[in-house]
Design a protein around this ligand. Structure first.
Ligand code: SF4
Ligand code: SF4
Length: 371
């Protein structure tokens, strides 16, 4: 495993981090905890979780793993300013996470999911979350206050210019990097650590190995190329990868061990080949859930990715929807795309700022022949 310093924190963190968003919760908690310890045994020392991940099981799984896991290792968790909008609520959230994780101190605590500047303003308002986190830091409950953002590069750069955060978690990968690059460069210039999430574009790359083969070198899969891109990028400190099996851990560790940085020529080639459309794919993050009409928005947007990435349209999309009814992400849906009332709730929550209402209208047209 290779290690590098996280910003100016003095902490040497593994270039591969364990993202706690993809545990298979149909398995016993002990089995998932064992997977965490397995990754640790291979040199992974950065573990990222959050309340609510995996049906709220993620923090307790890590808690079980940490009970008898040899250190040193570093723990990251999170709290949203929209949920914890006072200093008192923020402190309670930190204490709850500490309790579930069974550790005395959280190494990296994220002001979580900044999607627009209003969220940042809410976090740093007097008496707000950031103030509560500073108090936790003074009490020794948190070591470093960091943030996670789904904003554009210039907005991220603006937030980092305030020098309130020692690190930032960004969704950056081989497909969307041209649109995140400003944020990465701003972090590097200020000596701020960067953790990259979503290196495989919400699973789109492994699911479309042949279509994305242009990303890879000879003898390499597109998935390996995507991991190599992130773990070899000098602007990224840690790349989070979510695991459900030891084989997933082995593959990512193998790439981490050997990831040579992409050359400038390779990066320029990729920039040229990636169409602007690829920044507009749904990553499957799920933040749009809770549609009042019960439409499974994220699932419809995942199917719409086929249109964005591969230009499937018309009868081709009707076929895609039909097959997803039978065995894919639209099995057992409570409502179809045409139930959308355009209330805008999902668009406000979307981390990718996708035009969901317009896309659902297109999906409804393609879906109509199946009624
Ligand atoms: S805009 Fe449509 S899909 Fe989105 S939450 Fe409202 S009704 Fe649901
Ligand atoms: S539509 Fe937006 S919020 Fe919903 S899963 Fe996709 S990227 Fe995430």
């Amino acid at each position: 495993m290779r290690y590098s310093e996280y910003g100016r924190t003095g902490k040497q963190v593994s270039v591969l981090g364990f993202g706690g968003m993809h545990f298979d919760t149909s398995r016993p908690r002990a089995e998932n905890a064992d997977l965490v310890r397995y990754a640790c045994s291979l040199g992974v020392n950065y573990f990222d979780t959050a309340p609510g991940y995996c049906g709220d099981e993620s923090e307790p799984i890590f808690g079980e793993a940490f009970r008898d896991m040899p250190g040193p290792f570093y723990v990251s968790t999170k709290g949203m300013p929209t949920s914890f909008d006072t200093a008192g609520k923020a402190r309670d959230a930190v204490r709850r996470s500490l309790d579930r994780l069974g550790i005395p101190k959280i190494d990296f605590y994220h002001v979580w999911c900044l999607r627009e500047m209003d969220h940042y303003d809410l976090a740093v308002k007097p008496g707000g979350q950031y103030e509560g986190l500073l108090q936790c830091k003074e009490e020794g409950l948190i070591e470093h206050i960091v943030c996670s953002s789904h904003q554009t590069g210039p907005e991220v750069a603006h937030i980092l210019s305030k020098d309130e955060f020692e690190g930032v978690l960004l969704g950056v990968n081989i497909l969307n990097f041209p649109y995140r690059w400003d944020g990465l460069v701003a972090a590097r210039d200020r000596g701020i650590g960067v953790v990259a999430m979503n290196p495989l574009a919400g699973g789109a790359i492994p699911q479309h190995e042949s279509e994305f083969s242009f990303l890879a070198r000879e003898g390499e899969s597109a998935t390996e190329a995507a991991l190599r891109f992130n773990m070899g990028c000098p602007l990224i400190t840690v790349t989070l990868n979510g695991f459900t099996t030891r084989e997933h851990v082995d593959l990512a560790c193998r790439v981490a061990d050997s990831a040579e940085p992409m050359s400038e020529e390779e990066v320029e080639r990729l920039r040229g080949e990636l169409g602007e459309n690829l920044d507009t794919i749904c990553t499957g993050c799920g933040y749009c859930k809770g549609c009042p009409q019960d439409i499974p928005v994220a699932n419809y947007m995942q199917v719409y990715n086929e249109h964005v990435m591969f230009g499937v349209a018309g009868e081709g999309m009707t076929d895609k929807i039909r097959s997803n009814y039978s065995w894919g992400v639209l099995v057992g849906r409570a409502a179809d795309a045409d139930a959308c009332t355009a209330c805008g709730q999902c668009e406000d929550a979307c981390t990718q700022h996708l035009p969901i209402i317009k896309r659902l209208a297109e999906m409804a047209e393609w879906e109509a022949p199946l009624k």
